[in-house]
Design a protein around this ligand. Structure first.
Ligand code: 2IP
Ligand code: CA
Ligand code: CA
Length: 466
């Protein structure tokens, strides 16, 4: 189906623009991220966060792809839940006055403290200072409900960007972020997260979200992957390496071409898989923070795409030349046993880098020959898009555990590749989409075999983590 690949690239470009905006605009930069807890939290990190950029990017991708390709609706999945909780507590603490744009203050008082929920009660022991509680959107009307804080007056009902906004006081604590029908409505919704005084930031974001993207990449228009959107599902990682995105380090020098950490490793990943087989078929990796323009000092991004469907193999990258001995890139969290075993491959000591997507990209770019992960800390949204690109280059991503087991059983065929259409039985939430058996990403099959041979000496996957 012609048109889907350019659409994936276009949404990744829009996403990258939002990511850059969030790092460039002072009020957005100051917006502290929300901490993930429970099943949402990735065990890889002691503390795991999501930002407004993560949630908004995922929603804009869902919105744009679903609008252009109705057959995809209901099949576009992503890492984040669309609910955003303002971790700053500013909402509960700010002295809210009049909202600064659009129409004026209508003066009449919104739902008051006693009518819904119990002001200041409930979870006051831990996050009693949490912010906006709920946003209901109906016919262009945004109702923002805010937890009451003793001593802070309940704000008046105001008119904002043609959408009346009313402030009430229930318990709860989330805003469901989505792209609204008009930029004005999206501004109103974003103000629920950002706080009413952040109109400039909300307007900038809404403008970026509603903007038409012109690609000007004529090569893409001629590509027909030969697959119908009705047969595909989508995995989105709106920002991979969120921790590095939040940290925002720009001064990290690359080692052998690979940035060990920092903003460079924050990527947008959009992949399409075959709904029936789970095989990844289209992938886009966008690097929003590829380099600073030497003149304007603005961030410049770049993107890479791949198609692997049937016999079609097309990619914006050329297959990298294989090194005689594989150079491996690993997570900093990887076990000493795995590091040691792979060090013996002869390609030099393993390089360490942040970002699952970034390490997969390093393999596609030929900066490393393999990315090996023995831990269950990546998910379908991390690997789907890069996997499609690696397949387009003649490589793939296999489940490490399955590959080692097959090897021990004397199997000589190709080890099983990761699939993206079925949740893991017996698991719930994000865990049902974890790449539980680890992974090995490669372009050249001899490198995969060398890696498996080196790790095969170590034993079961469980032992590799020791
Ligand atoms: C993370 C991110 C981390 C990665 C982890 C992913 O995704 O890519 O950097 O850990 O596996 O799930 P590591 O850096 O050790 O490879 P996100 O940032 O989207 O949560
Ligand atoms: Ca990720
Ligand atoms: Ca992410």
């Amino acid at each position: 189906m012609a048109g889907l690949l350019p659409a994936l690239v276009a949404v990744s470009q829009k996403a990258a623009e939002v990511a850059r905006l969030c790092r460039a605009e002072e009020p957005l930069l100051r917006l502290r991220p929300a901490e993930k807890s429970g099943p949402e939290r990735n065990a890889r990190f002691q503390r795991d966060f999501k930002t407004l950029a993560d949630v908004l990017i995922q929603e804009l991708i869902k919105h744009d792809l679903g609008t252009q390709f109705p057959e995809l609706r209901g099949h576009i999945h992503g890492e984040e839940s669309s609910e955003f909780r303002d971790a700053q507590g500013e909402w509960g603490q700010r002295d809210r006055g009049t909202v600064g744009t659009g129409g004026g203050d209508s003066g009449d008082s919104g739902d008051s403290g006693g009518t819904e929920g119990t002001a200041g009660q409930g979870d006051s022991g831990d996050r009693g200072d949490r912010g906006p509680c709920a946003v209901a959107l109906a016919g262009g009307t945004v109702t923002v409900r805010v937890r009451a804080t003793p001593g802070v007056p309940v704000p008046p009902r105001v008119s904002l960007c043609h959408a009346p906004v009313s402030f009430g006081v229930p318990a709860g604590g989330t805003v469901t972020v989505r792209v609204c029908a008009t930029p004005g409505d999206t501004v109103a919704l974003l103000l629920a997260v950002l706080g009413p005084e952040q109109t400039r930031a909300a307007e900038l974001l809404a403008e970026a979200v509603h903007r038409e993207v012109t690609l000007g990449d004529t090569e893409l228009d001629g590509i027909d992957p030969g697959v119908s959107p009705g047969d595909l599902g989508i995995w989105i990682d709106p920002i991979d390496s969120t921790n590095e995105f939040i940290g925002g380090r720009e001064d990290v020098a690359p080692i052998d071409g690979i940035a060990p950490e920092g903003l460079r490793s924050a990527l947008v990943l959009v992949g399409a898989f075959d709904r029936h087989s789970g095989v990844p078929v289209l992938g886009v990796i966008n690097e929003p923070f590829f380099q600073r323009d030497p003149q304007t000092h603005r961030w410049q991004g770049r993107y890479h795409w791949g198609v692997a469907h049937g016999d079609t193999r097309l990619c914006s990258l050329s297959p990298p030349l294989p090194r005689p001995r594989p150079r491996v890139v690993l997570s900093r969290a990887e076990s000493a046993a795995v590091r040691g075993a792979l060090g013996s491959l002869g390609g030099g000591p393993p390089l360490l880098a942040a970002g699952a997507g970034y390490k997969l990209l390093c393999v596609a770019l030929g900066l490393a020959d393999a990315f090996v992960l023995s831990l269950p800390t990546t998910f379908a949204w991390d690997s789907c898009a890069p996997h499609a690109i690696l397949r387009a280059l003649g490589g793939g991503v296999v489940a490490l555990e399955g590959a080692l087991r097959a090897r021990r059983a004397g199997g000589t065929g190709e080890p099983p590749e990761l699939r993206y259409h079925r949740p893991e039985p017996g698991q719930t939430g994000p865990q049902s989409w974890a790449n539980r058996g680890g992974l090995v990403a490669f372009v050249h099959p001899p490198h995969l075999r060398a890696v498996l041979a080196a790790l095969g000496e170590l034993g079961e996957l469980g032992e590799l983590g020791e």
